[in-house]
Design a protein around this ligand. Structure first.
Ligand SMILES: C/C(=C\C(=O)SCCNC(=O)CCNC(=O)[C@H](O)C(C)(C)COP(=O)(O)OP(=O)(O)OC[C@H]1O[C@@H](n2cnc3c(N)ncnc32)[C@H](O)[C@@H]1OP(=O)(O)O)C(=O)O
Length: 280
C-alpha cells in the first residue's frame, strides 16, 4: 500500500469568467440545449456544463505520455498509467450563470487501491466546489481510476442491461465528435483522438468515448424529455464505449416524480454507464 497522506486535502482554486462561446461549442458538439442559438450573459449554466471551465492549463512540457498533466503534481503520483474517468456525484446548490466570473476549488479527497476483475485499480476522488457571487453553486465529486498497462489480457467483466426501458436514443460517435468534445473541454488525453495510442499503447479496440460526454448526453436526454433541470446527478462508468459502434441512451421504466434512472448501453447490450438524475 502506498502512503498518499501528503496529497490528501491538497487544494487548488481556479477563477474564470464564464464565457458563452465554449457552451455554444459544446451545444453544437452534442446537438443539445438549444444548439445554434446564441447564449446571453445571465443565462443559466446547465447542470454539468461547469466542466467546460476551470480545467488545469498544463504547459506542454508538464504533460504525461497519455496527454494528461503528469501525475505527481496536483494529482497524486499513482504508479498505474492508464487513466479513466470512473464516475461522479454532482449537486446543483444554486444557479450558476454565464457572463460573470466564478471560482472552483478542487481538493484531493481520497486515494484508494483496489483489486478489480481487470487487475489492480487506484481510485482518486476529488471534490470540486464552484462559487459565484459568494454563493456555492455546484458541488462535484469526481472519481478517476488508474489501471495497469494492458498485459494480462484480463478485461473488465461486463454486465448486460436487462432493466425494462421507457425510451431509447441512439448516438453514433465518430472521431470528429470526440475530437470536438476533447477540444471544448481542453482534454489532451490521447485515448480520445490518437488511434495509435488508444489501440497500440492502451489496448482499446478504438477511440474511447469520454465518460463526461456520455454523462452529459444521458442527462440532456432525460432533462429534454422531462422539461426540467435536475438538482442532483450521479453516474458510474462501468465499461468503455468506442468510436467503432453506436450506443444507446436509455431511460429505465419506473421514473418517479423525483428520479430518473438512466443507462448507456453498448451495441451488444453491455452497460457502459449507469446514472441517476434527481429533480427535486
Ligand atoms: C475524460 C477522461 C477519461 C475518460 O472519459 S475514459 C472513458 C470513461 N470511463 C470508462 O469507460 C471506464 C469504464 N469502467 C471500466 O472499464 C471498469 O469499471 C473499470 C474501471 C476498469 C473497473 O472494472 P473491474 O472489472 O476491474 O472492477 P470490478 O467491477 O471488479 O470492481 C472492483 C472494485 O472497484 C469498484 N469500481 C469498479 N468500477 C468503478 C467505478 N466506475 N467507479 C467507482 N468504483 C468502481 C468496485 O465497486 C469494486 O470495489 P469494491 O470496494 O467492491 O472492491 C479523462 O481521463 O479525463
Amino acid at each position: 500500500m502506498t502512503d498518499y497522506s501528503d496529497w490528501i486535502g491538497r487544494e487548488t482554486t481556479v477563477e474564470e469568467y464564464l464565457a458563452t462561446a465554449p457552451a455554444e461549442r459544446l451545444a453544437a458538439t452534442l446537438d443539445a440545449h438549444g444548439a445554434g442559438h446564441p447564449l446571453q450573459a445571465g443565462d443559466a449554466v446547465p447542470p454539468l456544463w461547469h466542466w467546460l471551465y476551470f480545467m488545469p492549463v498544463a504547459a506542454q512540457g508538464d504533460l504525461g505520455p497519455d496527454g494528461h498533466p503528469a501525475t505527481g503534481g496536483f494529482i497524486p503520483p499513482v504508479p498505474l498509467p492508464r487513466r479513466m474517468y470512473a464516475g461522479g456525484r454532482i449537486t446543483q446548490a444554486a444557479q450558476l450563470r454565464f457572463g460573470a466570473p466564478a471560482a472552483m476549488t478542487s481538493r484531493i479527497d481520497s486515494v484508494v487501491e483496489k483489486n478489480g476483475r481487470s487487475g489492480p485499480l487506484v481510485f482518486v476522488t476529488l471534490s470540486h466546489e464552484v462559487h459565484q457571487d459568494g454563493k456555492l453553486c455546484v458541488r462535484d465529486e469526481q472519481d478517476i481510476v488508474y489501471r495497469e498497462m494492458v498485459s494480462s489480457g484480463a478485461a473488465p467483466a461486463s454486465k448486460m442491461g436487462t432493466r425494462p426501458t421507457a425510451w431509447t436514443e441512439t448516438v453514433t460517435p465518430d472521431p470528429v465528435m470526440l475530437f470536438r468534445f476533447s477540444a471544448v473541454t481542453f482534454n489532451g488525453h490521447r485515448i480520445h483522438y490518437d488511434r495509435n495510442h488508444a489501440t497500440e499503447t492502451e489496448g482499446y479496440p478504438g477511440l474511447v468515448v469520454h465518460g463526461p460526454m456520455i454523462a452529459m448526453l444521458l442527462l440532456e436526454a432525460a432533462e429534454r424529455r422531462r422539461g426540467a433541470i435536475c438538482a442532483y446527478y450521479e453516474f458510474r462508468a462501468m465499461s468503455p464505449l468506442f468510436d467503432t459502434d453506436p450506443f444507446d441512451l436509455v431511460g429505465i421504466e419506473g421514473e418517479t416524480n423525483d428520479t430518473v434512472e438512466l443507462e448507456a448501453r453498448a451495441k451488444d447490450g453491455r452497460i457502459a454507464m449507469v446514472a441517476t438524475a434527481r429533480f427535486v
